[in-house]
Design a protein around this ligand. Structure first.
Ligand SMILES: *Cc1c(COP(=O)(O)O)cnc(C)c1O
Length: 380
């Protein structure tokens, strides 16, 4: 059986966790958390990086920082994970969903402007599969209407847009280190704060609404409750595990990209014959091989292919039932304009096994099965 995902393990996780144990400080913001923060600030040129307990929590922090209030509107694609929307709904926002581009599955930047109203506060750019949204255009619209841009870069760690790392381009960026993501610590995330105006408050929100970070730096002589907040910082054990992955980030990235390219070249002839569509990476984007997906003709064909792969011990998965069709999506959001691609393209998309150290022989086996599936179907 070839699983869909195996969480990356680099070999240094236990060693770093042991080091954390010897330091006798296991709660957050110890040595390993600082190392992780510095890693992102140095390698990604992030203004401020803060580890969080998940990307969901980083998104919640961004919603508090954006000062989202009852009745505010937030624009995002409907083809995304629930947390992208929930984080803002928790603050009382109405979600305005905009259709995606079929080529990247990202929000169609050309449709954003017409979705803006007096109530709009923010645009959330979700970088699907680690391929960047059209950020120049999104930033241009945002600055024209004085809106905030929050990047849901859960899948985009190590990816770039015009040389800039995803997560460092908007006012804030959110990462996930869930075990299904490229770099993981089981459950974890980070908030990147790229606008100085939000830095001080981000530390307070993350520390239960207290100015404890300032206290530890000696900037105040006692710490107290100063703002909204919650417990958004992970333990040193998680940070130590994560640091072992960041240490090997280039290696993991190259390994995944090699697998991605192996799939791509193996399946290219099926795209040329018109049987399937392969992912598109625009020229301004360097992706991180977060996932490899194909698109079948329609939902029926996808269901049959999943069954066929399953019979041959391959786990392939689809995801994201569009949020605007879900019960909560209908209650808390509305779709602006028409759903030309969100539903249709989501029903065609199929994710193939993709993880660190996936073997070429396994990829070739999977590619061979997909070829056979289409051979049987069309007898070419
Ligand atoms: C995984 C994911 C999240 C949630 O990440 P967690 O760390 O599990 O909270 C949010 N948005 C997108 C696009 C994701 O892929």
């Amino acid at each position: 059986m070839i699983p869909f995902n195996i969480p990356a393990v680099t070999g240094n996780e236990i060693k770093y966790i042991e080091e954390a144990l010897y330091l006798l400080k296991l709660s957050g913001d110890g040595v390993f958390t600082k190392r992780c923060h510095e890693w992102f600030e140095l390698n990604f040129l992030a203004e401020k990086a803060l580890l969080t307990t998940s990307c969901t929590h980083a998104l919640e922090m961004s919603a508090i920082l954006a000062d989202i209030k009852l009745g505010d509107e937030v624009i995002m694609p409907s083809y995304t994970f629930v947390s992208t929307a929930n984080a803002f709904v928790l603050r009382g926002a109405k979600i305005v969903f905009v259709d995606i581009r079929p080529d990247t599955m990202n929000i169609n930047e050309k449709l954003i402007e017409s979705a803006i109203t007096k109530k709009t506060k923010a645009i959330v750019a979700v970088h699907y599969a680690g391929v960047s949204c059209e950020m120049d255009e999104i930033l241009r619209i945002a600055s024209h209407y004085d809106l905030l841009v929050i990047e849901d870069a859960a899948q985009g760690v190590m990816s770039r847009y015009k040389q800039k790392h995803l997560g460092t381009i908007g006012h804030m960026g959110c990462y996930s280190f869930h075990e299904t993501k490229n770099y993981n610590c089981g459950e974890g995330g980070a908030l990147l704060v790229n606008d100085e105006r939000f830095i001080e408050r981000s530390e307070i929100i993350r520390e239960k609404g207290t100015n404890r970070s300032k206290f530890f730096r000696g900037q105040v002589d006692k710490y107290t409750w100063v703002d909204l907040g919650s417990s958004y910082l992970p333990s040193e054990i998680n940070a130590a595990f994560l640091y072992a992955q960041l240490d090997m980030a280039t290696n993991i990235n190259l390994n995944r990209l090699a697998s991605w390219n192996h799939y791509y070249s193996g399946l290219l002839h099926l795209q040329k014959r018109g049987f399937i569509d392969l992912p598109h990476v625009p020229s301004d984007c360097e992706h991180n091989a977060h996932m490899f997906y194909i698109k079948t003709k329609d939902l029926d064909e996808r269901t049959n292919l999943i069954d066929y792969l399953m019979k041959n011990e391959i786990l392939s998965v689809f995801h994201y039932i569009p949020l605007h069709n879900a019960d909560a999506g209908m209650k808390y959001g509305r779709f602006h304009g028409s759903d030309l691609f969100t539903t249709q393209e989501s029903e065609r998309l199929l994710r193939l096994p993709m993880y660190y150290n996936l073997k070429n022989s396994e990829i070739e086996y999977i590619v061979g099965l997909i070829e056979r599936f289409y051979q049987k179907k069309f007898l070419y």
